[in-house]
Design a binder for this molecule. Sequence first.
Ligand code: KMH
Ligand code: ZN
Length: 274
Amino acid sequence: MNTLITVAPTGAESSKADVPQLPTTLDELVETAVRCEAAGASMIHLHIRDADHAPTLDPGRLRASVDAVREATDLVVQLSTGGSVQDPLDQRLTVLDAEPDSCSLTCGTTNFGDDVFLNPWPFMVDLYRQSIEREVVPEFELFDLGHVAALQRLLDQEGMPFGGKVHVDFVTGVPGGMPGTSAALLAGVELLPPQVTSWSATGIGRSHLPIAATSLSAGGHLRVGMEDNLVYARGRAVQHNDELVLRAAELATLMQRPPMTTTEARDLLGVKRR
Ligand code: KMH
Ligand code: ZN
């Protein structure tokens, strides 16, 4: 099967002051989306920044970003419901008001560096039910092996997502979550519930390349981007997200699994025709 490449261009953790090339304005986001689509991405995972480049869940900015990326590209638009570790749970639920194609849904609380990324069970259930009601396809983000079991519990209790597909993304290498190693990733893949129809993986920091190679060789898809990794190679910072997408596309092509089109991605994920 061809490869779904998701780009996560911004995240909530790096500051514009430290990383000026991080896309934080709407113009930068759209320019990034266009270049990443041309490089081989078919989905974009968005975190939004305010006028001071700080993470925000402002409804107007979320809506404007979804609309602008849709206008300029055919990428599947996924909004983060994880936001930043400071964001309250009730605000994280309002992300769905912006009517993205997809939303992230993390399957459990995890230590996140020195912070805690909170995803209590009732919040997961609430978000899942709302995603079904709003016809938004969730991407289940798994930071730890326990999250795989929580996904199984969620699917068994609540049934299948909108669209009838179950796509999972392993986020490995977060300090506090599963390590960014082939062994940890493959252990997670082994435990996936039978309802899962596709999975991708990302490795934070220097684990991004080994995790990408493992994912491709085990039938998985790829997530790359400056949310997860700011270093292209030893001593060389990422200058633009499209560098990471291009390299992922080259690796996937070398492995005889070239990047899928946005149409193929929509079918794979079961997103609503909007
Ligand atoms: N920024 C992290 C606290 C997601 O987008 O849903 C959470 C995160 C996961 O990035
Ligand atoms: Zn994110």
